[in-house]
Design a protein around this ligand. Structure first.
Ligand SMILES: [Fe+2]
Length: 238
């Protein structure tokens, strides 16, 4: 029998033995490159809480800060112009995300960055559990999160393992966690005097077969993102 969703370029599932959960990867990254990305835009990303757009005077990188709520002061700080998009794209390449991902899940086709952004927050009151990508996306798209600032004992990642038990994954500088389809997670409640900062990317396959299931999450954080076939486009978010 042919499954309705049997078009996957990448597998639907991969068990992570360390986290005992499906569809979550850990990549080792060069932390000095993560810091370098942050330092290029530090004046904006480290600014006191704000919503709206700021532009780096010397580089022209335009970033937009948006707070989606989610039980705390979470901000997504993402691209509003092509200069900013190119900035994230450059660091996505420098960090070798595609090569490192393929080293784990195999090479079943091209992977591209859809968007880049920083996540900044200093507190969250209650868990907000969600999927970034629905289970049918499988290993065809991911959200990558890697800390820029050290993360304390709280404020790490809550997730459901393969046995539906709640567990905690501790973030570490120089390690990225990549959440694929059906990975159910939340930020662990915390409060910190210094905001926690993460560098993040969404990335995945560059074919349209999977795009309907990927599109909303890939475009959710950023006013502009890379479409698999149309290049850099506006998401409709202002
Ligand atoms: Fe998430």
């Amino acid at each position: 029998m042919i499954k309705a969703n049997s078009i996957s370029a990448y597998p639907d599932e991969r068990f992570n033995e360390e986290l005992e959960a499906d569809n979550v990867l850990q990549l080792q990254l060069d932390y000095s490159i993560v810091r370098a990305a942050y330092e290029e835009v530090e004046a904006i990303v480290s600014a006191d809480y704000f919503e709206g757009v700021k532009e780096c005077e010397n580089t022209g990188i335009g970033l937009r800060s948006f707070c989606p709520g989610w039980n705390g002061d979470l901000r997504w700080i993402s691209s509003v112009n092509e200069t900013a998009f190119a900035f994230f794209d450059r660091y996505f390449d420098k960090l070798g995300v595609v090569e490192k991902t393929k080293a784990i899940i195999g090479d079943c086709g091209d992977l591209i960055m859809y968007s880049g952004f920083f996540v900044v927050r200093s507190h969250t009151k209650e868990p907000y559990y969600h999927f970034d990508f629905s289970p049918e996306v499988g290993l065809n798209a991911f959200t990558l999160m890697t800390p820029v600032t050290p993360i304390g004992d709280a404020g790490n990642l809550l997730y459901h393992d393969a046995y539906e038990e709640e567990r905690v994954y501790k973030y570490a500088c120089g390690t990225a966690a990549c959440f694929g389809g059906g990975f159910y997670h939340s930020t662990e409640p915390f409060e910190s005097s210094e905001p926690y900062v993460f560098l993040c990317f969404t990335f995945g396959v560059n074919d349209l077969e999977h795009w309907d299931a990927i599109a909303d999450a890939a475009a959710e954080q950023s006013p502009i993102y890379r479409h698999p076939t149309r290049g850099i486009v506006k998401s409709g978010i202002v």
